[in-house]
Design a protein around this ligand. Structure first.
Ligand code: FES
Length: 153
């Protein structure tokens, strides 16, 4: 199994609060939760370190990031449902970019720019307009072209 093939996520007991020093992130609508000690996550190279995109990439949870996580698109748009007080304040470049996003709300952030700054429980939701793409899945890099057989001319 390569490092980026989907693998089962370790179970998270959502019936109890996250432990001291632990970050718990739940991604909706897929309802996938992950937990890890704060400061322990290796940087996966997409978005700001400890951003929601970085967390998603570490656990093979799909969060679109067309620009690669450099604040140049809005495909990583998230709604923060819980844990906002533990997340970095948006910088001007994120605020400027968010002005171009669809379905913007008071709890909107860019997943590649919103950084988890302390242990705790976080819940983020990928907006509706982006969910169809999630359900269809992202294209597999290097997948062979579809074979249509010989077409008579
Ligand atoms: S991935 Fe493009 S702005 Fe976040």
């Amino acid at each position: 199994m390569s490092a980026h093939e989907s693998k089962p996520l370790p179970p998270v007991d959502l019936s109890v609060p996250s432990a001291d020093g632990i970050v718990r992130v739940t991604f909706l609508p897929e309802n996938k939760s992950v937990e890890f000690p704060f400061g322990s996550l290796p940087y996966e190279g997409h978005g700001e370190p400890m951003s929601f995109l970085d967390v998603a990439e570490n656990y093979d949870i799909f969060l679109d990031h067309a620009c690669g996580g450099v604040c140049a698109c809005t495909t990583c748009h998230l709604h923060i449902k819980a844990g906002a007080s533990g997340i970095s304040e948006p910088e001007d470049k994120e605020l400027d970019r968010m002005e171009t996003a669809a379905d913007i709300q008071l709890n909107s952030r860019l997943g590649c720019q919103a950084i988890i700054e302390k242990p705790g429980a976080y819940v983020v939701e990928i907006p509706k307009w982006n969910r169809n793409y999630v359900q269809e899945g992202k294209p597999v890099a290097g997948a062979p072209a579809r074979d249509y057989g010989n077409i008579a001319e």
